[in-house]
Write a protein that binds this ligand. Sequence first.
Ligand SMILES: *Cc1c(COP(=O)(O)O)cnc(C)c1O
Length: 395
Amino acid sequence: MKVYADNAATTKMSEHAVEVMVDIAKNNYGNPSSLYKIGQIAKESLEKARQEVAEILNAEPREIYFTSGGSEADNQAIISAAYAGKRKGKTHIISTAFEHHAVLHTLNKLEKEGFEITLLDVNSNGVVKPSQVADAIREDTCLVTIMYVNNEIGTIMPIREIGAICREKGVLFHTDAVQAAGHLPIDVVKDNIDMLAISAHKFQGPKGVGILYSNKKIPLVNLIEGGAQERNKRAGTENLPGIVSAVAAFKDSVNSMEENHTKIIEMRDILIEGLSKIPHSALNGDREKRNAGTVNFCFEGIEGESLLLLLDEAGISASSGSACTSGSLDPSHVLLAIGRPHEVAHGSLRLSINEHNTKEQMHYVVKEVERVVGYLRDISPVWYDLKNGKREFIL
Ligand SMILES: *Cc1c(COP(=O)(O)O)cnc(C)c1O
């Protein structure tokens, strides 16, 4: 059986998104900046796409910018908010220890430029409390950037409450909503969001297309200089086939959100229930405050990398955390942030599913993970020591 269970890393494009992309590439190839008809038709499609995104998010079209992906949108939002703060003498930024690296590495860069960064504790359940944000805000805080849904463990942050606190204190609020868009409702007004990043390839759209929402009151800083595209804020001829396809995928996922949610939760619960029966295992992140599709477990006494390779041989594509850190032997910064010790964080498995998976696949995954974990433990010297009382079990 083949099971693709790494939708938090990327999704297969939907048929509809592929059709739209090909259609635009073939039939609507003009440059939106050209003044003749073919160019103006391209421009109309671009602005229609922008309008549609604005409607979904409850924003104005002039607050929507198309980028090369979620990473670029995160970078531009955070850098813009930081520089706007600096001009007013505010150089303190609040975030969390388990953000995506697109956020954390941007903050590292700002720290080198003299900004002060506070990374909030995410607690053992992987959820930040609004009161932690309120307590951390200072006179010189210019920005709070906290993700909507964590990409490794799937926990949901109380962004509306966090946004309300930021509003009240006059601090900008950015959220990396890449794992939430298309899966959970987003309303930038009700949710008190000033800036937000989205990536199309996480909801069955194309790779290389991102969406940045930035409230019109915030002056954006350009990351790319050149032409006057995107209201002068992001140079480069627009990726029209990608953008229109991304917006089609966004609309489709929003329209089928509720229906898919129920279906995915049923499958996810089969995974959680089944994997919890493996001895010395633990679910990572809060059991309730989590998105539908992501399940992350630690299994004591094994290496996540070996687990992934053997699952791959069984036809199962999964991950041990973020695609960005795989290939390195460092344990996940997210699992360390929720307090898992190194030796346990190494034995992690992330399964991220969507509506195209089936219950039969879930039962198969549970059976295979059980088998492979058992096999790896049998040949593991660490497990031998644990079993014989030479080391203490952590889980
Ligand atoms: C995938 C992801 C990103 C990066 O998006 P790209 O489009 O791949 O650049 C950023 N944040 C989170 C939470 C993600 O899951």
